[in-house]
Design a protein around this ligand. Sequence first.
Ligand code: AMP
Length: 170
Amino acid sequence: MDLASYIRNIPDFPRPGIQFKDITTLLKDRDAFRETIDRLVELFRNQNVELIVGIEARGFIIGAPLAYHLGCGFVPVRKKGKLPAATLAKTYDLEYGSATLEIHRDAIQRGQRVLIVDDLLATGGTTKAVCEMVEELGGNIVGVGFVIELEALKGREKLTPHRVYSLVRL
Ligand code: AMP
């Protein structure tokens, strides 16, 4: 199945010049959604993943069914102000301005094998910030997984030395 054909390109969203990769067209197709999760399950089945860390919001849609199938736990990384218990926060630079993400301080036990998941790898800034948070809490990052990788933006290099996995390279 050609998963790329289920991803819709929206020019100039949310700003002029951005080619937005819309996965809602993939998610609403039962075969394409199932195939996406199944392929990720195959990539990580033998890696003894203990926790999936999903990045709000589309990382939840991909990460939760993946955690269910791998038989591991799921930890949300959320935008500032949403998590109720004590958090570790990280502010990182975006193209314009900055953003802050949070994770519960007690979400990860030292040495746990963690897979970080999001829908799309662009510059890698978001995922790099999440990698730093996971490591600060003592997690052992076994990989970083995406449905889509925008190869020209070289996000993979920013995530060195972590192992980067993606299903569709655009
Ligand atoms: P980055 O930090 O540049 O790797 O951006 C990654 C985050 O921004 C992910 O959560 C993506 O969902 C979102 N994102 C960045 N660029 C795009 C794009 N062209 N289309 C869809 N989502 C994007």
